[in-house]
Design a protein around this ligand. Structure first.
Ligand code: AHM
Ligand code: MG
Length: 281
């Protein structure tokens, strides 16, 4: 049943991709987090809603782009960020789709995730999915017979020796304790930051290292949302042998209080997340 959800996400990805070129303009509306919405955000949200709610397994659909949960009948509750990093569409840089499959009604804790996945719209389209305690990377290709999902990496694990880092938010807005952690990290790793969490986290999964969108002086809970971004990414990185943190504990241990709540996100190589938590303690 969970596989059917991942299949539907993979099957929708080429269609989302094909819809991007004509949807680079902003619409009139804001999303529930008060951010301007692109026509592409709306398009991806509506496609995913339709495809996922059509499945018997899906009991509800929630997304970053809509105020409340859309209810149906089914065992699993799906939370999506239909187009993560969509502000990259203007400059034609990478973006992604994030999906969390929970077995509790939303908002739900990350511990109730049974699967999570992201699609990365880079030079090629890939999907990275965590389920049954393992992470798999797939190549997604549209063919004459439909959409093919081919395994490219089985049992994906973070490499032992980390090499890259990427941190969001304006530097003057970083709290002093986070800034001093960054000073150390900068001496050891090289900067890789593109402004779309999915693409930046995929660098960390590929090369080892650390990604963060930390708490800011102006935004103590950072920017990213727990249900749609923090939990699924924390679940994928932890399943791949890495760690996640809100600053003091695993993202998966954060008890949710609202559907659109934000959370500071730090993910990556375990030793680097341990050091982060020590720096913020
Ligand atoms: P979005 O889901 O509305 O696209 O926002 C999330 C994105 C993340 O992909 C990225 O890490 C972050 O926003 C970057 O934000 P900013 O450009 O404000 O630094
Ligand atoms: Mg996002």
């Amino acid at each position: 049943m969970v596989e059917a959800i991942l299949d539907a996400v993979a099957a929708t990805a080429p269609e989302i991709r094909r819809g991007l070129p004509g949807r680079r303009a902003y619409g009139d509306e804001e999303n529930p987090s008060g951010e301007r919405r692109l026509a592409a955000d709306e398009y991806a949200d509506e496609l995913l809603e339709e495809r996922l709610l059509a499945l018997d397994a899906v009991g509800s659909y929630a997304s970053e782009e809509r105020e409340s949960v859309v209810e149906s009948e089914g065992r699993y509750h799906v939370a999506c960020d239909p187009l993560d990093g969509s502000s990259n569409l203007k400059s034609n840089n990478a973006m992604g789709t994030i999906v969390g499959v929970y077995d509790e009604p939303l908002p739900a804790p990350g511990r109730s995730l049974v699967a999570s996945a992201f699609v990365l719209f880079g030079p090629i389209t890939t999907m990275v999915a965590a389920s049954d305690g393992t992470v798999t990377e797939y190549l997604i290709e549209a063919t004459d017979d439909g959409v093919e999902r081919t395994v490219v990496t089985e049992n994906l694990r973070l490499p032992e020796n980390p090499t890259v880092y990427g941190f969001g938010g304006r530097v003057p807005d970083w709290p002093a304790d986070f800034a001093s952690y960054v000073e150390d990290i900068e001496q050891e790793l090289k900067l890789r930051y593109g402004g779309a969490m999915i693409a930046d986290v995929n660098q960390v999964l590929t090369y080892g290292g650390v990604f963060a969108y930390p708490a800011l002086e102006s935004a103590p809970n950072g920017k990213l949302r727990l249900q749609f971004e923090g939990n699924p990414i924390g679940h994928i990185v932890e399943t791949a042998g890495g760690a996640s943190s809100d600053g003091s504990r695993s993202l998966l241990d954060v008890e949710p209080t609202a559907l659109h709540e934000r959370v500071p996100v730090h993910v990556g190589t375990e030793s680097l997340i341990d050091r982060l938590e020590a720096a913020l303690a």
